[in-house]
Ligand binder design. Structure first.
Ligand code: HAM
Length: 410
């Protein structure tokens, strides 16, 4: 866990603003779920997932309730849906921290932020297309170019079960060729063996059966519409028939956005898919769902690698130098800020020289100087800190207007 300090913190805020704007255009409403939920909300993510078995921050609270800090927000949104029963299709977006007790490394933290969307209540494959396209559009809005979209379908629950059984049998038959870690994974979840990045497992995985042989016609048709729709709107993708996601609730369409500049173990910028059984698992009506989450930490690392979406400048517009008792700086800053100008000043009646040094350090374009004679005459001097131009004397009444027009003409 770490502090996000300025100017990075401003970048984080802007990241969420860009996301809100992107999904707002498609009619998604903000939901802010609590950080803490009953543990039962998250156990539905799958007893066979590390997120639930190994990484959850869970504890018994003072009221003897077994609770957990959310490891993700899809389950929270579904729990919220069950509780409030909004009309469907229900389109929600969210942003905020999640907690997983993982091994920290670059791009992997124990507290990490995500932005995401979820759509509940429609089986329409065009919803899958909208969701996938929105993630793609968002990366483009950040200026990120080196992103690869991988898609797959896990079929219906029945297709998936038949596939998992076939995978299990196949990996059993190659048991001695697998790494000890994958032998362990096989006991819990044969699908996850496909995710192994170990070189020892690669030849075994390369010959593993593929999910498309297990799709029923309904699942195959749904996926075909999704692929054709992505083609139609110009979202490029690669078909990855071995794409399995880390959470167990996925059915049908699954996808992942990968950053080309990131290390392959941490290159998933975001991912998602359909989870048609989750709302029912949480005690609600049988309601399909699809969505994705994008990690801020990793996506910003990818932005750094591509030199895009830099931290916004936090420079002051104007620095007010008051060589008197500081009361002029108070009134001038008040007037300038009321006019929308970012104005800073010094404290503790520092010398003119020290205040000018602070003005230069602040990055402000203009300094406003009020010395003894300006104070008496009711005037102020405007000095352009980035040119040799003569300083300008203006009346105090004209000061805000003059600065607004000078700043807007830059
Ligand atoms: P996820 O794949 O677990 O999916 O996480 C989505 C993204 O969150 C990852 O691609 C990654 O960028 C980021 N992330 C995950 N764990 C960490 C970590 N420890 N440190 C930094 N970043 C991390 C979900 O969370 C699903 N809820 C996505 C979804 C939404 N599926 C359907 N709707």
């Amino acid at each position: 866990m770490r502090d996000i300090t300025a100017p990075e913190s401003f970048r984080w805020r802007r990241f969420v603003d860009v996301f809100e704007h992107t999904v707002g255009l498609a009619g998604y409403d903000l939901v802010i779920p609590p950080l803490l939920e009953d543990i039962g909300v998250f156990t539905r993510l799958g007893e066979a997932t590390d997120v639930v078995t190994k990484e959850m921050y869970d504890f018994v609270d003072k009221g003897e309730r077994h609770v957990a800090l959310r490891p993700e927000q899809t389950a929270s949104i579904c729990r919220s849906f069950v509780e409030h029963r909004p009309t469907t299709p229900f389109k929600a977006w969210y942003a905020g921290p999640n907690f997983r007790y993982e091994k920290p490394q670059r791009g992997r933290y124990r507290q990490f932020d995500q932005v995401g969307i979820e759509v509940l209540g429609s089986l329409d494959p065009y919803i899958d297309i909208e969701v996938i396209q929105l993630g793609w559009t968002f990366f483009a809005a950040l200026g990120l170019c080196d992103v690869e979209l991988a898609i797959n379908s896990l079929g219906t629950p029945d297709d998936r079960s038949r596939y998992v059984a076939a995978l299990h049998d196949y990996f059993e038959s190659r048991y001695s060729d697998l790494s000890p870690e994958s032998q362990q994974t096989l006991l819990r979840n044969p699908l996850r063996v496909l995710d192994s990045k170990r070189s020892q497992d690669a030849p075994v995985i390369a010959e593993a059966p593929l999910i498309n042989s297990y799709w029923c016609s309904e699942a195959a048709e749904h996926f075909e519409v999704v692929c054709e729709g992505l083609d139609a709107v110009g979202v490029p993708y690669t078909l990855d028939l071995k794409l399995v996601r880390g959470l167990d609730y996925y059915r049908g369409t699954t996808f992942e956005y990968r950053g080309g500049t990131l290390d392959s173990a941490q290159n998933a910028l975001g991912g998602g898919g359909r989870y048609d059984g989750l709302v029912a698992d949480l005690g609600g009506p049988d309601t399909p769902g699809v969505g994705f989450a994008i990690g801020l930490d990793r996506t910003l690392l990818a932005c750094d690698d591509e030199n895009v979406f830099a931290a916004p400048s936090q420079n002051a517009d104007v620095f007010v130098v008051d060589v008197g008792d500081g009361s002029d700086a108070l009134s001038v800053c008040t007037e300038l800020r009321a006019g929308g100008i970012r104005a800073e000043r010094s404290w503790d009646q520092r010398s003119m020289k020290a205040q000018m040094k602070a003005a230069n350090r602040s990055g402000a374009r203009f300094a406003v100087l009020i010395g003894e004679s300006e104070r008496e005459a009711g005037t102020a001097l405007i000095r352009d800190l980035r040119s040799d131009e003569e300083q300008l004397s203006v009346t105090r009444a004209d000061l805000p207007g003059t600065l607004i027009s000078r700043l807007s003409s830059l």
